[in-house]
Every structure is written in structure tokens, then in C-alpha cells.
Design a protein around this ligand. Structure first.
Ligand code: ATP
Length: 260
């Protein structure tokens, strides 16, 4: 498999606060990678760099062997190709919707990128995501999970090569979470998903990249092995000890932060 992207010694700061420290990562075409890390470890920032919204303060980001810089994305033709191929589902779907109807929402990016047969494409993707019945509704009135499906339909209708998902199950109930997991498994594209949910991670990909509280990669490899490594789990703060009352006696043991 050929490499689709790589980051070489990438660091990022907001002001003087470092949120990514010397990150090196290479992803092959077709891989499904899970980025695991607690709140504030830098997961969203990492996706925004890969999406060409933020740029490394140090180090380099390459997409298909091309170095991505602010200057390169000012080239309209290059930006159009890159923005069509690399798409990001934001953690908060509200920041992505702005059209009067769900139909317009999905059609908008298709028009922007010069696709033909827009009606057919909207119909195909809304059906695939189970939102055909919502096409005439205002996207602002929908539930969090419905909004997320609308955003996903408008991104996938572009037939991207790299799908970036920022905590995609945060708004979903268990049934929709299960649905999304199956749906993603059937998509034949490269997917990078962030989560802090250790219970969910194995469903989202076999390879996991773990960010520590210090914003460094502390693990990159097979998820099953990572989950068995208590020392690393503690280092990433993905398990914690807290007290429970069992039969009137307090005792403490390790827990995953959350399960689904
Ligand atoms: N625009 C910004 N300006 C200043 N600081 C920011 C900005 N965006 C994020 N941060 C800070 O950078 C750090 C990393 O944020 P980021 O959103 O990348 O983490 P995360 O791992 O995705 O967290 P979460 O799981 O809570 O979404 C956090 O401490 C956050 O407060």
C-alpha cells in the first residue's frame, strides 16, 4: 500500500502553549487509524493540520508526497483538489451547517466542486445515510445525530480519499453508534478517527496512535496490544482509579474512562 500522508516532527502551539510536540506519523492508503487521547491532548488540532486548516509551527506535513503549506493552498487548483480529497467531520456539526434545507446542505459542496447530476448524488447519499426523509427540513432543527449524518452525507458525496472524523460518536446513542461503526467499516477509503473512548476504539480501526497529556505520541501500533499494556494506558490517562462502594466496603480499582 502506498503512503497517503505523513507528518515529520510536527509541533503546534496556540500562543505559547504547545499542543502537539514532535509528532511523526505515516498513514498508508486504505488504513483505518484511531487517534486516542484524553481531552486536550491535541487530537482535533492534529486533524486540523491534516485537513490543511492549521499549519505546523515546526516540522512538515505531506499529502501524497506534496508538502502542504499555507502558500500551496492559496493556489486555487491545488486547493480545490486537496479540499475535495481530504474532508473533516468536525466534532460539533453545528459549525458545519449553514443552508436552509438538508438538500441544499448536501448539494452545496457538490456545486462548489463542479459535480454534475447533483440531484442524483444528493438522493444517493441521503439514502445511504438514512436521511432521505429529512431532505426538505431545515438542518438547524435536527437532532445532533441527524445533523452529523447530514454533514457526513455532504462530505462523502464529494467521494473523498481521506476522511477525518473528530469524535464522531459524541452525539450518537448506542444504536446510531453501532450503525456508524458498520457504515465506516464498509467505506473503502482512508479514515482517521479521534476518540477518547477506549471501549469504542477497537471498532474504529486496528491501528491506534496514542497522544499523551504532554502532546507526544506514546504508542503507534496494534490496538489490542495497547489495551493490554496497563503502564501505557495509565501514562495516557485512559484508565483511572476510583473508589466504589461494594457491599458497604469501599475499594478501588482501575476503570476505563468510558465504554459504550
Ligand atoms: N483556538 C484555540 N486557541 C487556543 N487554545 C486552543 C485552541 N484550540 C484548542 N486549544 C487548546 O489546545 C489544546 C488541545 O486542543 P484539542 O482540541 O486539539 O484537543 P483534543 O484532544 O481534541 O481535546 P477534546 O478531546 O477535548 O476535543 C487544549 O488545551 C485546548 O484548550
Amino acid at each position: 500500500m502506498s503512503e497517503i500522508l505523513s507528518l515529520k516532527n510536527v509541533s503546534f502551539r496556540y500562543g505559547n502553549k504547545t499542543v502537539l510536540d514532535n509528532i511523526s506519523l505515516s498513514v498508508k492508503k486504505g488504513e483505518k487509524v484511531v487517534i486516542l487521547g484524553i481531552n486536550g491532548s491535541g487530537k482535533s488540532t492534529l486533524l486540523k493540520i491534516i485537513n490543511g486548516i492549521l499549519f505546523p509551527k515546526k516540522g512538515e506535513f505531506f499529502y501524497k508526497n506534496e508538502k502542504i503549506t499555507e502558500k500551496k493552498l492559496k493556489n486555487r487548483d491545488f486547493a480545490k483538489k486537496f479540499r475535495k480529497e481530504v474532508v473533516l467531520l468536525f466534532q460539533n456539526p453545528d459549525s458545519m451547517i449553514f443552508n436552509p434545507t438538508v438538500y441544499d446542505e448536501i448539494a452545496f459542496s457538490l456545486k462548489q466542486f463542479g459535480f454534475e447530476n447533483i440531484e442524483e448524488r444528493v438522493s444517493f447519499w441521503s439514502e445511504k445515510l438514512g436521511i432521505s426523509h429529512l431532505l426538505n427540513r431545515s438542518p438547524f432543527e435536527l437532532s445532533g445525530g441527524e445533523k452529523q449524518k447530514v454533514c457526513l452525507a455532504s462530505l462523502l458525496s464529494l467521494q473523498p480519499e481521506l476522511l477525518l472524523l473528530d469524535e464522531p460518536t459524541a452525539n450518537l446513542d448506542p444504536r446510531s453508534t453501532g450503525w456508524l461503526i458498520d457504515f465506516l467499516q464498509d467505506l473503502d477509503i482512508t479514515i482517521i478517527t479521534t476518540t477518547h473512548n477506549l471501549g469504542l476504539a477497537p471498532e474504529l480501526g486496528e491501528r491506534t496512535v496514542v497522544l499523551s497529556e504532554n502532546h507526544e505520541i506514546i504508542y503507534d501500533g496494534n490496538l489490542t496490544d495497547f489495551i493490554k499494556n496497563k503502564e501505557l494506558l495509565e501514562k495516557a490517562n485512559l484508565i483511572h482509579k476510583h473508589r466504589h462502594l461494594h457491599a458497604h466496603i469501599y475499594h478501588s480499582h482501575f476503570h476505563f474512562h468510558d465504554e459504550y
